[in-house]
Design a protein around this ligand. Structure first.
Ligand SMILES: Nc1ncnc2c1ncn2[C@@H]1O[C@H](COP(=O)(O)OP(=O)(O)OP(=O)(O)O)[C@@H](O)[C@H]1O
Ligand SMILES: [Mg+2]
Length: 500
């Protein structure tokens, strides 16, 4: 379906400003359709003295005449003369119309839409007397409001310029409508508006009073009357009732002077919506709190292990415990980051950087100075991916240090490269160390480190691992140069992200 802008550009002579005015009207006219219980159509002149239907809206308060969408079609022959009459005379005209396929007796009111003193389109209200609503006070009041907005349309005072963005969230007429007079006194309150007032504890007859006298926050009304433009406002009227209001002033322009003659306030009780918003917010806060506690617990465990490690005699046992402490601290780090982030995903780089620092701190020794750097970015990843990957990364960094650089050999550099391409996260850990031993096969490796890596990457994350000597161009890309005798090592991981 074409937008108003496209249709106007392709099939009419309307200028950009005129199209914007019509766009503003259309973004507001759900309210107008509701007020007149009828379908509204927007017609503009097009080639060959025909009329193009630029937009159409149905009322939420009444029955529609048109089951089909007429946007982009030409007006029916039976409508043309009335449209032309309204357009040429700049006054509202109304008559019976005869439409193909619709037997009921239909009426059409044609309202010229004026912009900068000139008619640019005709808005029509089309309805059938047979299916129309029984007239009552609500019907009379709404129709009267519709007529007053129609008067504003032919004077170019409605829609209001530039103030349309708020109308999408605004309440509709059916949510609750209050009609105000020039002194902002209530002339009429619809049943739904009365119920909303009841909910905030106002059971008195509202008619004749101002909202302020009733104790309702009325700044939207005051602002709308003062600034002569629609104002949307949401406020907590009481501890458990939140009202969303939109006040549209009725403006009468005479001799270039604008006077506010009344207003329409639409209001909706959004307490339930806001309560759910708050619940979601608090769920989010709960998840963060849980991550925070997990982190604390893990830190306690790692401290206990460290204490225990100190009491051990055997160097091998000490090293094993120290490694466990490091693994646990890595997971704690992930939870710490998650506990700061809203939601359950996190920018991977936010984990990788502190992780490198953690490894640097714990593996650094004076006769084996190590440098760790990271290149690229892994984007945002869910916690279910980040936790295992962090453990994997710790193992790989640990291996690079343990096996790439013998003590006293002057240390080296380890680079972590991250990138996401076509839904796959690529992580490579490149070191300029002495390289993997001859005949080494990843599949046969029995150490705990690579076993952890294999399990997490291939089983848990459905990814793949490749381990090989570094190629010269790979080293050049990350600015590494090998010392004589070293071959360097690359461990490349591919982790698919799509079905996460
Ligand atoms: N970056 C590397 N450079 C050279 N050799 C490596 C590298 N990474 C792994 N290796 C080789 O792979 C072997 C297996 O590593 P793995 O992490 O599984 O066990 P480990 O490090 O020996 O013991 P741990 O269980 O404490 O990690 C190592 O012993 C080493 O020979
Ligand atoms: Mg290892």
């Amino acid at each position: 379906m074409s937008t108003i802008g496209e249709l106007a550009r392709q099939q009419t002579e309307l200028s950009k400003e005129q199209t914007v005015h019509l766009g503003n009207l259309v973004s507001e006219w759900g309210m107008l359709a509701d007020l007149c219980f009828s379908d509204l159509m927007l017609h503009v002149p097009t080639e060959g003295n025909k009329w193009l239907v630029l937009a159409q809206v149905r009322a939420a308060t009444g029955q529609t005449l048109y089951l089909v969408d007429r946007v982009g079609a030409l007006a029916e022959a039976g409508e043309e003369s009335l449209l032309t009459k309204a357009y040429n005379s700049s006054i509202i005209v109304e008559d019976e119309i005869f439409m193909e396929g619709i037997e009921e007796d239909c009426r059409m009111m044609a309202i010229p839409v004026v912009f900068e003193g000139k008619p640019i389109a005709v808005m029509t209200r089309e309805w059938s007397r047979r299916t129309g609503r029984q007239p009552g006070e609500l019907e009379r009041t709404y129709l009267d409001m519709f007529d007053r907005f129609a008067e504003m349309i032919i004077k170019g005072d409605f829609p209001f310029a530039g103030r349309v963005a708020d109308s999408s969230v605004a309440p509709r007429v059916g949510d609750g409508a209050i009609v105000l007079d020039a002194d902002a006194r209530i002339r009429y309150a619809s049943p739904n508006a009365t119920s909303a007032l009841h909910r905030v504890g106002i059971s008195a007859n509202a008619v004749g009073q101002t909202l302020a006298e009733l104790g309702v926050i009325d700044s939207s009304v005051r602002q709308a009357f003062e600034r002569q433009e629609p104002v949307v406002e949401e406020f907590e009227q009481t501890g458990d009732v939140t009202l969303l209001t939109r006040c549209i002033p009725l403006v009468l322009s005479t001799d270039g002077k604008n006077e506010v003659t009344g207003g329409l306030m639409l209001l909706r009780d959004v307490s339930e919506l806001r309560r759910r918003d708050r619940l979601i917010l608090s769920k989010d806060a709960t998840i963060r709190e849980i991550h925070h506690r997990v982190k604390n617990n893990l830190q306690t465990i790692s401290s206990l292990l460290r204490l225990q490690g100190r009491r051990l005699e055997s160097a091998e046992a000490k090293a094993a415990v120290a490694e466990s402490v490091r693994r646990i601290r890595t997971i704690a780090l992930v939870h710490e980051t998650l506990s700061r982030e809203p939601g359950d995903d996190v920018a991977f780089i936010e984990i990788v950087r502190p992780l490198l620092r953690l490894v640097e701190e714990s593996l650094q020794s004076p006769d084996r100075p190590m440098r760790f750097t990271v290149i690229g970015d892994g984007g945002r990843l869910p916690a279910t991916v980040v936790t295992p990957l962090s453990v994997v990364l710790t193992e790989l960094l640990q291996n690079a240090v343990d096996h790439g650089y013998p003590e006293g050999d002057g240390g080296g550099t380890v680079v972590v490269r991250l990138n996401v391409e076509d839904g796959v996260l690529n992580i490579s850990v490149v070191d300029d160390g002495r390289g993997i031993p001859a005949g080494f096969q990843l599949a046969d490796a029995t150490g705990l480190g690579l076993s952890i890596v294999r399990t997490l990457v291939t089983t848990e994350l459905a990814g793949s691992i490749e381990m090989r000597p570094a190629m010269p161009e790979e080293l050049a890309e990350v600015d590494l140069e090998l010392k004589p005798g070293n071959t360097g090592t690359v461990i490349a991981l591919r982790v698919p992200l799509e079905n996460e």
